[in-house]
Design a protein around this ligand. Structure first.
Ligand SMILES: [Zn+2]
Length: 268
């Protein structure tokens, strides 16, 4: 196992990276980031993510329908998701979830789409990448109804009680740029308390920039700043946290040491 760290959640397919995606990846690799998990958000995102992961050996695709865009998603798309995941075997089903913070997103619709996608993850024996805001109790209740391989609570924002229940279900907690703000005292306390075996590093780029890049585009090249913050607030040293979080992300997503060539996706 090498010494690099892995960005467990970055949206490299987004238009914000269209101009300089290659350079961003190069700079991230130079900064010691040598793996990138790119979760899908809409049906349209899947092909672009496949294309990027086909040409970049350290980019790993996940496919899902994000709750932000639930009004554009439908049952037919979840069937396409199942077919695509069956043929291409992404590292996870995601980004899927519940966002009850956003009042404009109908909760019933979000729940329905999430359930269809949890079923796919269960049937295909794939982990899930979860986006959950103001809905942790509902999410935990749902997760208990499926037999899942675990996954990650991306940008974890729940309580310690929630974290314990997720860990019991085999889920890791992802922490990113929010942690780098000194005012994030509650989040920092939580990230310091969670056992090292359940921690993942992420940026959520191009969103959620850290303290050193406020109001700018976030980028996987800034992932070492999340690691630095964890080293400041936890008892372990920086390289132990780097090694452990890399081992965690490889375990959760069953990442191969060397990725086989990506299969061609079916049309549609
Ligand atoms: Zn995301």
């Amino acid at each position: 196992m090498n010494d690099g760290i892995i960005d467990s959640h970055c949206h490299l397919d987004m238009p914000a990276f269209d101009e300089d995606r290659r350079q961003v990846l190069e700079r991230a690799r130079s900064a010691g980031v040598n793996g990138f998990i790119v979760p899908g958000t809409t049906r349209e995102s899947w092909r672009k993510i496949l294309d990027i992961s086909a040409s970049e050996a350290d980019v790993y695709p996940a496919f899902g329908l994000h709750p932000y865009f639930c009004f554009a998603h439908n049952t037919a798309q979840t069937e396409q998701l199942r077919a695509l995941a069956e043929t291409t075997r992404p590292v996870a089903i995601g980004e899927i979830g519940l966002d009850f913070h956003r009042k404009d997103l109908e909760q019933k619709r979000q729940l329905h789409l999430l359930e269809l996608q949890l079923r796919i993850a269960q049937d295909l024996n794939l982990p899930v990448i979860l986006h959950t805001r103001k809905a942790h109790d509902q999410m935990l209740k749902l997760l208990r109804q499926y037999s899942l391989k675990g996954g990650v609570c991306h940008a974890f924002n729940g309580s310690w009680q929630h974290a314990r229940q997720y860990m019991d279900l085999g889920f890791c907690m992802g922490f990113g740029g929010m942690l780098t703000y000194e005012r994030s005292s509650k989040l920092r306390a939580l990230a310091a308390k969670i056992p090292l075996a359940y921690l993942l590093l992420e940026t959520d780029a191009p969103d959620m920039p850290g303290a050193a890049h406020q109001y700018q585009r976030n980028s996987p090249e800034y992932l070492p700043e999340v690691l630095d913050t964890l080293a400041d607030i936890r008892p372990e040293d920086r390289s132990s946290i780097a090694r452990a979080t890399t081992a965690n992300v490889k375990r959760v997503f069953a990442l191969p040491d060397r990725k086989p060539p990506t299969a061609d996706p079916p049309d549609g």
